[in-house]
Design a binder for this molecule. Structure first.
Ligand code: RB5
Length: 146
């Protein structure tokens, strides 16, 4: 299985570090693409870096953390083949896997705490895409890549 890729900006740095501890506790392999401190950086650069890893086949799923999760998701969804979901509840984290086949999970350090973030990650990583009636819709989503 390919490693999970994870990245944040400065506003998501601390929560990214906590999510890494969760992944380590579950023996889930990950690659941290930065940022590596709370020093101010630009979230689009980190979202782009992570999406390229998925587009080029070095990862299947990614996790992006910023202040809100919103900026990261906006940037991620401009990349073809990326279906990013910004979530702050476990129902949505599960549903976006089952219905949208989301491959990038985004959330905000200013929105969710570390406990909830771990639950979002667990739901995202353990829930399978349902396919079936959703495939036509996911194909339509992907058609806008072109
Ligand atoms: C940084 O202050 C903040 O704008 C960023 O982390 C994010 O929330 C953008 O959507």
């Amino acid at each position: 299985m390919l490693p999970i890729v994870i990245a944040s900006d400065h506003a998501g740095y601390s929560l990214k570090e906590q999510v890494k501890k969760y992944l380590e506790g579950k023996n889930i392999e990950y690659v941290d693409l930065g940022t590596n401190s709370g020093e101010s950086v630009d979230y689009p650069e980190f979202a782009h870096k992570l999406c390229v890893e998925i587009q080029e086949g070095r990862a299947e799923k990614g996790i992006l953390v910023c202040g809100t999760g919103i900026g990261m998701s906006m940037v991620a969804n401009k990349h073809s083949g990326i279906r990013a979901a910004c979530v702050s509840d476990t129902f949505s984290a599960r549903a976006t896997r089952m219905h949208n086949d989301a491959n990038v999970l985004c959330f905000g350090e200013r929105v969710v705490g570390a406990g909830l973030a771990s639950e979002l990650v667990e739901a995202f990583l353990t829930t399978e895409y349902e396919g079936g009636r959703h495939q036509r819709r996911v194909d339509l989503v992907n058609s806008f890549d072109k």
